[in-house]
Design a protein around this ligand. Structure first.
Ligand code: ADP
Ligand code: MG
Length: 674
């Protein structure tokens, strides 16, 4: 067996498991080794009293009596196995697995791995994983146990076994990082890092392994950014601008620009006047009015004879931004079209044709814009909204369609300056630091379950006033992990308020359906929109005045701030209610911070302190080169270290040396550049 061997030849993997593994993107032994755990269970042996509510623990125990079956009122078949940890009594409880009744006999020694709870004074460990062990081998199970992201048909047990068996072979793992780098930064070599990422010997070793991968990941990312920058930035301007007259545009606006907006517009104009092409990031809090600024850039581009493209992460946003741009630009004879992935063929062909012939001035769309069949006649201005969702590569793909176009990137989440400088090392940064006048703070409350009825009543009263509400849930459908789901809450609300028009929206729905629901919500045909975080980015519904977030503890502060930014978008008094049943001190403090603070940059800074830069690196988001590890890093130092090293590598042109061959190859593969 070697790294390139196909998985069906691994011990314990037959054709059907191989198929399941392939569906997870695992084709070779190498892929398998790079299929990293999502998290780890701490299986330090505990006695029942040491078990913490709702967290998985490992409980060595003795079977005290024969198992027996109970039938609950809801007809669930439950098997209970009486066990003891030596001091306390308890039971292992299995749901709908009647055969477990005879799986153990009194006197068996077990390790039960599962969640423990106290039920009428007796400990219960629910649906545990279990291992029997003999008197002699005390507890021979992995103390730090990996949990993999799996698919139906594969279990953690199987996956662990397969990976363990592969790790037992001697495999020649290529070290990517040069020896000198490993030494200077005291990094764990790749071979042992791979071992420790799956089956860590200790928490310290795990941390070192993660750090090593984070280092590698960030270094590659920084290098890719710098190489792209070399491609894009400092390029001599080819598109010349003569007409900077904004009076007609501003006269048509229903408001005056804020000071912050004016300053950023000035910065853009000075870029366009300079002899280098523009690569600028606009940062601004939610609602600070970034879209108008983008419209101005597009207006200038068209007035000077160029086309513009506006790329957004979701179709919903493409429709909204399309409408906004039409409103701002149509009166000046500028033709704006929206390009969608799934339009009727004829319509799409028409748009594509018009775009290529230069009959369309500005096009708005999702990734659909970077497809090969999209051609421009003279693309001169590329705007991407909510940038952290697009990879360097996607932005570049769009840029390549133009003739050295200027680039404006709008960030969704305000991020602390140091971090911005590091992640967006290829961009100049502008900040809109003022909010439009008349905006009120969104009044924010953190509540627990006991307030739910009151929250619903309040929601109803808001709707009676003619306003609208969002309810955001972390999950789409019901599952056993105890999270509120869109479907469940949607049903619950509809039952409780038959007269309200409830709509649901989540990422698993078809695009047309999503668009229709969102449009109905915008048109006030829906009162309450129950959704996942798909509503997080950018949508603008001015009469929405209430945002309820379920299981608020599941979201990062920056993300909560984004969600909160969906309301308070007009002069109507708006509210944000964060529902959380969590009793953890840290969680409470974190959520309470949202009540006090309304400044996106401060919130981002706090999030950075609490959760590390992962939140901003798009760990949970799509599009960005996938950071698997960088998010685990708790400080900015690693970002800075890797940035400095990347700078040195580029400056000394080390990528062309043999020592750096591995890195070069990986950058090429991962970022499709160099
Ligand atoms: P974001 O920065 O979050 O993308 P938007 O561009 O969506 O914000 O703007 C939020 C809302 O504020 C929009 O309805 C927009 O028309 C409005 N707006 C933007 N600039 C101003 C301004 N200077 N004065 C008043 N309203 C403004
Ligand atoms: Mg926006």
């Amino acid at each position: 067996m070697n790294l390139l061997s196909e998985i069906q030849y691994i011990k314990g993997v037959g054709p059907s498991r191989a198929k399941l593994l392939r569906s997870l993107g695992i084709n070779t032994v190498m892929d398998l080794l790079h299929f990293f755990p999502r998290r780890y269970l701490d299986l330090t042996p505990l006695n029942f009293e040491q078990g913490r509510d709702d967290s998985v623990g490992a409980f060595p125990c003795l079977v005290a009596d024969y198992g027996y079956e109970v039938l609950t009122r809801s007809k669930t078949r439950i098997v209970k196995i009486p066990v003891t940890d030596g001091r306390r009594k308890g039971s292992a409880v299995f749901f709908n697995q009647p055969y477990m009744k005879d799986a153990f006999r009194p006197g068996d020694k077990l390790v039960l791995i599962g969640k423990i709870r106290k039920n009428y004074g007796e400990y219960e460990i629910l649906n545990p994983e279990w291992q029997k062990f003999e008197e002699t081998d005390y507890v021979d199970y992995t103390r730090i146990c990996p949990v993999y992201p799996l698919t139906k048909g594969l279990t953690q047990k199987i996956m662990r076994k397969i990976i363990k068996s592969v790790l037992q072979e001697t495999l020649e793992v290529d070290e990517v990082l040069p020896k000198s780098v490993l030494k200077e930064y005291r990094l764990m070599p790749k071979a042992s890092a791979l071992r420790n990422i799956h089956f860590p010997e200790s928490w310290e070793e795990l941390k070192k392994a993660q750090e090593r991968f984070a280092f590698e990941e960030l270094l590659l990312f920084q290098l890719a950014m710098m190489i792209t920058r070399r491609h894009l930035m400092g390029e001599v301007r080819k598109n010349t601008y003569k007409d900077f007259d904004l009076k007609p545009f501003l006269k048509n606006l229903p408001f005056y620009l804020t000071e912050g907006q004016k300053r950023v517009v000035k910065e853009i104009i000075s870029d366009l006047k300079s002899d280098r092409i523009m690569n600028r990031l606009i940062q601004g809090d939610v609602g600070s009015g970034k879209t108008v600024v983008a419209s101005i850039a597009l207006y200038l581009a068209v007035k000077n004879g160029y086309q513009g493209a506006f790329m957004v992460p979701t179709e919903i946003l493409s429709i909204q931004h399309g409408a906004t741009l039409k409103k701002f630009l149509n009166p000046h004879g500028i033709k704006v079209e929206i390009l969608k992935g799934d339009m009727p063929k004829a319509v799409k062909e028409q748009i594509l044709g018009d775009l290529e012939k230069g009959r369309i001035d500005v096009v708005v769309g999702t990734h659909a814009l970077i497809q090969d069949n999209v051609k421009f006649s003279r693309l001169g201005m590329v705007v991407t909204d909510e940038q952290h969702r697009f990879g360097v590569r996607q932005r570049e793909a769009l840029v390549k369609k133009g003739y050295y176009p200027d680039v404006l990137v709008m960030s969704a989440t305000p991020i602390p300056r140091t971090l911005a400088l590091t992640i967006y090392s290829d961009l100049d940064i502008s900040v809109i630091d003022t909010m439009p006048e008349g905006r009120q703070k969104v009044e924010t409350y953190v509540v627990d379950e006991s307030m739910r009825t009151r929250v619903y009543k309040f929601m109803e009263s808001e709707i009676r006033k003619g306003n609208q509400a969002y309810v955001v849930c972390p999950a789409v459908e019901e599952s056993d992990i105890g999270l509120s789901s869109v479907e469940e809450i949607g049903r619950e609300l509809q039952d409780a308020f038959p007269h309200l028009r409830i709509g649901i929206l989540h990422g698993k729905m078809k695009t047309e359906e999503k668009d229709r629901i969102m449009k109905d919500f915008c048109d006030k045909k829906i009162d309450v929109l129950v959704a996942t975080t798909v509503v997080e980015v950018g949508v603008d519904v001015p009469s929405a005045t209430l945002m309820v977030v379920e299981n608020a503890e599941r979201f990062g502060l920056a993300q909560l701030h984004q969600l909160r930014g969906r309301v308070g978008r007009s002069n109507l008094k708006s509210y944000c209610v964060l529902i959380s049943g969590s009793k953890e001190m840290g969680v409470k403090a974190r959520l309470n911070f949202m009540m006090r603070t309304h400044n996106g940059f401060e919130i981002a800074q706090k999030d950075l302190e609490l959760r590390g830069p992962g939140e901003f690196l798009g760990v949970k988001q799509h599009g960005m080169p996938e950071f698997k590890f960088a998010g685990l890093v708790k400080d900015l130092k690693l970002l800075e270290t890797t940035k400095a090293l990347a700078g040195e590598i580029i400056k000394k042109d080390l990528l062309s040396t043999t020592e750096y061959r591995g890195i070069k190859r990986d950058i090429e593969e991962k970022f499709k550049i160099v």
